[in-house]
Design a protein around this ligand. Structure first.
Ligand SMILES: Nc1ncnc2c1ncn2[C@@H]1O[C@H](COP(=O)(O)OP(=O)(O)OP(=O)(O)O)[C@@H](O)[C@H]1O
Ligand SMILES: [Mg+2]
Length: 512
């Protein structure tokens, strides 16, 4: 159904005389326009009606009479209308109950009457409920059909941008070439049309011109909007794959997919990529790699905070999950980073029924999504992950990130020494291959994070004595580190055993 788009799906459902449709969206005006657009093209016309609490029930295009502002009364009137019609009801969700209160029984009963009436008889009548949130009382579950209404796609947003440019030609200097307009459009993907309009308008009025620099402004606006959902965050990642030491297999795998999932999937109709699950020993670069991949591919990195979803900090979790996924989809191509996905399943996670449903929403979406959204999930423990999550085919690959081996530790030392010391007072310090090799040998069993911490600790030591750091500081720091792999040997061993059977080693030369 998704491939048909909203108009196609709606046309089919109306022609097949489905009694009640439900469209979940914040974009009322855009939905109304789409519905009117669908009906306008028909040979056998249907009357379009609108209902809202303030305007009552009225024919589209006529002045609202403000009669039947009561929802039950309005539904009764709809039942009695004797020509083929489509009724669009805007505020009905307020009566359909939520987690804390049941639906209004009168409305539920009237809706069931509507279903019965609309199914019988020769007239073609359909009720369309348009609401920002999905609420279907159990009594109506079998009678209501949900119709997907997606956020605006690239064409919609580009259309908006062009029309705003034309409208404001006289007052705004437009210094955006074709590629610039393309970037501007992409930056606004994931926003509703109204939000995109605000972002563009802001970009125009700030300095009376529209330039390449305004793309940043639109991105900032988008980051804000995305954050409002409470679950998503647009991450500003400045690390690349070259900042990841070791993990050769994983880097090669990701590098190969650079074009495969973007260009080919989109243009040649290849199945959209599912993504990867990266498990492994804490502090060995799982999160780092997720960030680096998005940078390497030049696509936005959107983080989904699964902890918040499952901790129930956010009410109406299912709804939030769905709207978060819709936003990610509209922002495609992008990487959706689900960091520490295992957090949601640990002991002490709250209501298990809600968990299962929210989680089901994610799994179904992963299965069915057609947009190029690359899911990059990371997990520390696998004990709590439900088996269906690990089923073959759910992810393109499951990687295991082990403790770095000798060569990898050398690489990680070099990276962090370079990052922290290259510019500072220690620039003079000569980190020879020999020193690096000695450090690598001294840090067996340490994770990348522990090596990084040792470099930082050495710097602190030296700084406290107001002298440049020396090799001895580094050795001292690493020798006083008790690696997690020692502290939690049993867990790390269990994780390794699990991974040996089920995951691909992220590194070609791993093992401490
Ligand atoms: N392979 C590596 N190469 C370079 N730096 C690394 C590597 N692994 C870890 N680090 C350093 O340690 C920091 C923490 O790593 P990261 O957050 O990626 O670990 P993680 O595997 O996600 O750990 P956790 O399971 O605790 O979330 C990184 O920001 C990076 O500075
Ligand atoms: Mg992490």
């Amino acid at each position: 159904m998704a491939a048909l788009g909203f108009r196609g799906t709606l046309t089919q459902l109306l022609q097949a005389r489905f009694p009640v449709l439900y469209v979940e969206t914040f974009e009322e005006q855009r939905v109304f326009a789409e519905i009117a657009g669908v009906l306008a093209g028909w040979k056998t016309p249907r009357t379009l009606w609108h209902w809202s609490v303030t305007e009552g029930l009225h024919r589209s295009g006529t002045t609202p009479t403000r009669t039947s502002t009561d929802p039950a009364a309005a539904l009764q009137v709809a039942r009695e209308v004797s020509d083929s019609s489509v009724f669009v009801f805007a505020d009905l969700h307020a009566h359909l109950g939520d987690d804390s209160r049941p639906a209004d029984p009168l409305i539920v009963r009237t809706l069931r009457d509507v279903v019965r009436d609309f199914r019988a008889g020769d007239l073609a009548r359909t009720l369309i409920i348009v609401a920002p949130i999905l609420r279907i009382p159990p009594e109506l579950e079998k009678d209501v059909t949900i119709v997907d209404f997606r956020l605006p796609d690239e064409r919609d947003v580009r259309g908006l941008l062009e029309s705003m440019i034309t409208q404001n030609q006289a007052v705004v200097r437009v210094l955006l070439d074709e590629a610039g307009r393309d970037r501007m459009t992409k930056a606004a993907l994931g926003l509703t049309l109204a939000e995109a309009e605000n972002a563009f308008a802001r970009a125009m009025v700030v300095d009376g011109s529209l330039t390449d620099r305004d793309v940043e402004l639109v991105l900032a606006e988008k980051a804000q909007t995305i954050r409002k959902s409470g679950l998503l965050d647009l991450v500003d990642s400045d690390v690349g794959l070259t900042d990841v030491g070791g993990l050769g297999e994983l880097k090669v795998w990701l590098g190969k997919r650079r074009n495969a999932w973007l260009a080919e999937a989109a243009q040649y109709g290849l199945p959209a990529p599912k993504g990867v699950l990266i498990t492994g020993v804490p502090g060995c670069g799982k999160s780092l790699t997720a960030k680096a991949a998005a940078t390497a591919w030049g696509v936005p990195l959107i983080r989904l905070d699964i902890g918040k979803v499952f901790a129930g900090l956010v009410g109406a979790s299912e709804h939030n999950m769905r709207s978060a996924l819709a936003t990610a989809e509209a922002s495609a191509p992008c990487v959706l980073w689900v960091d520490e996905i295992d957090k949601g399943f640990g002991a002490g996670s709250s209501d298990s029924g809600t968990n299962a449903r929210v989680f089901g929403t994610l799994l179904t979406w992963m299965q069915e999504k057609t947009a190029p959204v690359f899911v990059m999930a990371t997990a520390n423990t696998i004990d709590h992950l439900p088996p269906e999550f690990l089923r073959k085919g759910r992810f393109d690959e499951i990687f295991f990130v082990d403790l770095p081996g000798d060569a990898e530790r050398a690489e990680i030392w070099r990276l962090h020494l370079h990052r922290r010391l290259a510019a500072g007072p220690a620039a003079a310090m000569d980190y020879t291959d020999l020193l690096i090799a000695d450090l690598a040998a001294a840090s067996g069993g340490c994770s990348g994070a522990e090596i990084e911490q040792a470099v930082v600790a050495a710097l602190f030591d030296a700084y406290s004595q107001r002298r440049p750091p020396a090799a001895a500081d580094l050795f001292h720091a690493i020798e006083s580190t008790v690696p997690l792999s020692v502290l939690q040997e049993a867990q790390v061993t269990a994780l390794r055993d699990w991974a040996a059977l089920r995951a691909v080693n992220a590194s070609s030369t791993a093992g401490p």
